[in-house]
Design a protein around this ligand. Structure first.
Ligand SMILES: NC(=O)C1=CN([C@@H]2O[C@H](COP(=O)(O)OP(=O)(O)OC[C@H]3O[C@@H](n4cnc5c(N)ncnc54)[C@H](OP(=O)(O)O)[C@@H]3O)[C@@H](O)[C@H]2O)C=CC1
Ligand SMILES: Nc1nc(=O)c2c([nH]1)NC[C@@H]1CN(c3ccc(C(=O)N[C@@H](CCC(=O)O)C(=O)O)cc3)C=[N+]21
Length: 306
């Protein structure tokens, strides 16, 4: 059977399309009411995975009717200059969402940048005031990849209550928020990282295995429980024998698909949903800004940006 026909593949495309269609309707209404959404992406330096992400952000934002602008800065920029630029965007009423692409160069403290974004414009939920919400089970604006991964697991129809879930990778932006989202849904969660004694021993117990490490083919068939759902979050650039560049995940898909009941392809799995959720978050952030605006000035007023 050609891989593309395999029902074990959990595809992100249809889920992403559903989300983007809803965002498009919301964006059109918001625009007509005088609150046009505008998302700004900040990139510092050059990273292949960021380029893929930003390219798709631009394309899908256009599809959804959200204004999108990329600000690119050289790796030599200082943290102070970046912070000043973020403060400028915070103060600009036309800008309704800000995302800082990770990673940033080592001399720039990413947490300081994330904390510089106004919480009402924080469309990734990475400001300390935002990320705390998911600890309190307030899940309407969660980090995009984590929310996307959980959304794909739900497509299996598995009951998350009491489900044995193992997450490999515990970054602030992916692994940790996935753990909190799944705990909110009632799953039993184990989180593995580079100090875990045997990732394989944990992974083999999982009914659902999430992998976000950044190492191609880290997860092999003998690390997966038969019948499990495997959510591959990795986005790694590889150069093929013919010299062309393509992206692969962290899971050895060829062998794991023989064991798992569900597996997410890369590309075509978590990635497209991540982009869609970023746009959905942009609308959530906009509605919070509107609520504040209307509470302050009354509902009759319209933004100067209109
Ligand atoms: N599909 C999508 O939408 C997205 C994909 N990504 C991709 O996901 C991957 C991970 O991204 P991100 O979380 O930002 O990466 P980080 O580099 O921030 O985190 C990687 C994590 O993997 C852990 N780790 C490293 N080696 C091992 C190992 N051998 N066994 C177990 N754990 C290990 C690290 O642990 P420790 O910290 O202890 O060293 C760390 O927690 C990348 O490929 C990235 O491109 C990222 C965001 C969105
Ligand atoms: N602050 C921050 N948040 C992130 O979420 C974040 C980040 N920084 N830095 C880079 C990584 C990587 N990432 C991707 C998301 C979607 C695709 C995506 O759309 N992938 C398509 C690619 C298809 C194609 O090749 O065009 C797919 O997998 O099918 C790729 C990569 C988000 N990241």
């Amino acid at each position: 059977m050609p891989l593309s026909d395999d029902s074990r593949y959990l595809r992100g495309g249809p889920v992403a399309q559903r989300i983007i269609a809803a965002v498009r309707e919301d964006a059109a209404i918001a625009k007509a009411e005088g609150f046009p959404p505008k998302l700004i992406s900040i990139t510092v330096g050059d990273t292949a995975a960021v380029d893929v992400y930003v390219r798709n952000q631009r394309a899908k934002a256009e599809l959804a009717g959200i204004d999108f602008e990329e600000r690119r800065f050289p790796a030599t920029i200082t943290a102070g200059e970046l912070e000043a630029s973020i403060h400028g965007l915070n103060a600009d009423p036309r800008v309704t969402g800000i995302i800082i692409q990770r990673p940033v160069p080592a001399h720039i403290p990413i947490r300081t940048l994330q904390a510089a974004v106004h919480p009402l414009k924080d469309v990734e939920g990475m400001h300390p005031a935002s990320i705390g919400n998911i600890v309190y089970n307030q899940l309407d604006l969660a980090p995009c990849t984590a929310a996307a991964s959980v959304e794909l697991l739900k497509e299996t129809g598995l009951d998350l209550k009491g489900l044995e879930v193992v997450i490999v990778g515990h970054s602030e932006i992916v692994g940790k928020p996935i753990a909190f989202l799944l705990m909110s849904e009632g799953a039993t969660v184990t989180v593995c990282h580079h100090m875990t004694r045997s990732v394989a021993a944990h992974a083999r117990r999982a009914d659902a295995l999430f992998v976000a490490v950044g190492k191609p083919r880290l997860i092999k068939a003998d690390m997966v429980k038969p019948g499990a759902a495997v959510i591959d979050i990795g986005i790694n650039s590889e150069i093929g024998p013919d010299g062309s560049t393509h992206i692969v995940g962290d899971v050895d898909t060829e062998s794991v698909r023989e064991v798992a009941s569900w597996i997410t392809p890369v590309p075509g799995g978590v990635g497209p949903i991540t982009v869609a959720i970023l746009l959905r978050n942009t609308m959530v952030a906009l509605s919070r800004q509107r609520a504040l605006y209307e509470a302050t000035y009354g509902t009759a007023g319209r933004l100067a940006a209109e």
